[in-house]
Design a protein around this ligand. Structure first.
Ligand code: ASP
Length: 325
């Protein structure tokens, strides 16, 4: 597929996937809106594979990346996405200081708002931070990860990767495995995959499973091999040691023995299974390198590529809404 500027504009002109000015939660999207976004992202994948990767859809717009937590792929992916669409991009690495977090966030929001950005991409260690900020600013806010709560663009890029690998999302069994308790990726993925008609399983030890997980709309499993049995997609999560208070796992070696994905355990999944991981990976803890680096099985690098295209689709759609508001 070749992406042309006219082709992409024809799609962004007819779509308004966001009823809200912001993208705060994957659960805010219905199936039609999500499919529209995935279709648009497909166009941007084609554009990103061309020599000339830039358009001027966001010319004159200012995108601010406001990251209170470390990030490699998400921040650079939003930066590239903004630049490829012609926006002016500013990166603010605002790590949390000793100042009370609530105060810092609101003060920062008000200050940034006075600079009149159009799109604000926010990552913060507190759940609800992006939603709070969206109430204080006049621009569109995109949640790039708020504590253990949500990471909606990760779920969208994962859905894009799955849809391109299998030609559909609906009807597939997706097993999300590992540290569900601390994972915003799991929460956003359960919401979006359910909307798109997948069967979702949550697989992990009881200590790393939220107590209300059985009410998320997913099957809960505490046996790894049974949990991934027959699954077409196995999505591994990082063991988020930095978010753990006290020892929730005996040791990382022990964890790998029971919950780490290697070839032997993967054989329980469906033939043609694809493996995903949002990154960064703890090799030898939740995933074996032999599986992670196998191009026949692993979608992990593909997820990174889809991340840029998916974020371009989100930015373009929010900007189209701003244009017409
Ligand atoms: N990069 C993802 C996130 O920001 C996953 C992770 O950190 O493990 O939530």
């Amino acid at each position: 597929m070749t992406a042309t500027a006219q082709g992409i504009e024809a799609i962004t002109d007819r779509m308004f996937p966001f009823h809200s000015r912001h993208l705060l939660s994957a659960g805010d999207l219905n199936a039609v809106q999500a499919a529209d976004l995935l279709d648009l992202a497909d166009q941007f994948v084609a554009l990103n594979r061309q020599t000339n990767k830039t358009l001027d859809l966001l010319k004159g717009r200012t995108l601010m990346n406001l990251f209170f937590e470390n990030s490699t792929r998400t921040q650079s992916s939003f930066e590239l996405a903004g630049k490829r669409l012609g926006a002016d991009v500013v990166n603010m690495n605002a790590k949390t200081s000793s100042v009370a977090k609530g105060e810092t966030l609101i003060d920062t929001a008000v200050t940034l708002n006075a600079m009149r950005p159009d799109l604000l991409v926010v990552r913060h260690s507190s759940s609800g931070a992006a939603a709070l900020l969206s109430q204080k600013v006049g621009c569109s806010v995109i949640n790039a990860g708020d504590g253990q709560h949500e990471h909606p663009t990760q779920a969208l890029l994962d859905a894009l990767s799955i849809r391109r690998a299998f030609g559909r999302v609906s009807g597939l069994t997706v097993a999300i495995c590992g540290d569900i308790l601390h994972s915003r990726v799991a929460r956003s993925n359960v919401a979006l995959l359910n909307t798109l008609g997948a069967h979702v399983r949550l697989v992990g030890p009881p200590t790393l499973m939220p107590s209300a997980a059985d009410r998320w709309g997913a099957e809960v499993h505490h046996d790894f091999r049974k949990g991934i049995a027959g699954a077409e997609v196995v999505m591994m999560l990082r063991l988020q040691l930095e978010r753990m208070q006290g020892a929730l796992v005996p040791s990382t070696r022990e964890y790998f023995r029971f919950w780490g994905l290697d070839r032997e355990k993967l054989a329980f999944a469906a033939p043609g299974v694809r493996v995903m991981h949002p990154g960064p990976m703890n090799r030898g803890v939740e995933i074996d390198s032999e599986v992670a680096d196998d191009p026949e099985v692993s979608l992990i690098q593909n997820q990174v590529e889809m991340g840029v295209a998916m974020r371009m689709a989100v930015l373009a759609s929010l900007a189209a809404r701003l244009e017409n508001a």
